[in-house]
Write a protein that binds this ligand. Structure first.
Ligand code: AKB
Length: 320
């Protein structure tokens, strides 16, 4: 039986991962923890939720003991664009939460999932069909943390036997909680702006290709990988996963086909432009497919239709 603690649960992924895990493992077996009091209050409306600073090793360990946790999901991170505003803080938060999670996983014999990212790659990585095993020299502090996290995850597995697993998430498109501070955020923001204001100003260049996943596929990636037979895993930290790759122009043109009055323009953020240019255009996710049956379902057109429907409901209810 799984007893799960999700730290950093109030963000874009956690907000939808909690109900997904509850469905798989039962409501009483999933604990949502976050540092932000507003997030904790929101999480309490649908889950067992606690206030926790994942950088506080003692408090983190007490929570694992209190709930007899055997699986950790560490979602604490400053994302790529925010990280560049304060690299030292990004290192402190991203690595602090990860090291505490790994050390506590070792101490309490927990399995641990931490997402890596396409941010782990850099300019000198092959950009088309980026292989699973390739050059990884990122030029953001976020990416440096992700590469370090992947190495540490594998080290804790081989050295201490910790069951650590991870995927390299591309941009995740979702309609639960908004992302914040990422380079791929435009692909979420545009849906809210087009439905509310009919227009969108994009900070990422129109021809910057990046991989994307729709949230239902991202959630399945997490549970499928954590359930995978360990004997079949040649890799652990971390697997390339993707379902679609597009640039802003292609996404906006596809939205305009559905909403002809949609207008957009570009005010390029040089930091985001540089990050986007350094990341892959498309990933090769064949190792995930072979080793644990990764088989994403949501391609661009279906994702756009579903996002427009779901975000419209939110706006009509006055939730955004
Ligand atoms: C970001 O843009 O920073 C994230 C990511 C791809 O890891 N969404």
């Amino acid at each position: 039986m799984k007893r799960i603690l999700v730290v950093g649960a109030g963000g874009q992924i956690g907000t939808e991962l909690i109900p997904h895990l509850q469905k798989h493992y039962g409501e009483d077996n999933v604990i949502a923890a976050d540092l932000n009091p507003a997030n904790v209050e929101r999480l309490k409306t649908f889950a067992i939720a606690e206030s926790l600073d994942a950088l506080d090793f003692q408090a983190y360990g007490e929570m694992i003991k209190k709930y007899r946790i055997d699986s950790l999901f560490n979602l604490v991170a400053l994302l790529s664009a925010t990280g560049e505003k304060n690299p030292q803080l990004a290192w402190k938060i991203n690595m602090g939460a990860l090291l505490n999670s790994l050390n506590l996983a070792k101490e309490f014999n927990c399995a641990i999932f931490t997402p890596s990212s396409i941010g782990a790659f850099g300019y000198n990585t092959p950009h088309v069909k980026t292989p699973q095993d390739t050059v990884m020299r990122p030029n953001t502090i976020y990416g440096v943390c992700k590469v370090t996290g992947e190495l540490l995850g594998d080290y804790y597995h081989t050295r201490f036997g910790v069951d650590s697993r991870s995927v390299r998430f591309p941009g995740i498109i979702s309609n639960g909680a908004l992302p914040g501070g990422g380079t791929t955020d435009y692909a979420v923001e545009v849906f809210y702006e087009v439905l509310k204001n009919g227009k969108y100003t994009c900070q990422v260049p129109e021809d910057s290709y990046m991989d994307m996943l729709y949230m239902p596929d991202a959630l399945n990636a997490i549970t499928q990988l954590m359930e995978a037979d360990p004997a079949k895993l040649k890799h652990r930290n971390s697997f390339n996963v993707t379902c679609m790759s597009f640039n802003p122009r292609e996404l906006f043109t596809a939205i305009k086909k559905r909403i002809p009055s949609f207008e957009w323009n570009f005010e390029i953020d040089p930091v985001k432009a540089d990050i986007a240019a350094s990341w892959p255009d498309s990933l090769d996710d064949s190792c995930a497919r072979e080793e644990w049956g990764w088989n994403p379902q949501w391609h661009m057109d279906a994702m756009i239709d579903d996002m427009l429907k779901a975000v419209k409901v939110k706006i009509d209810k006055g939730l955004y």
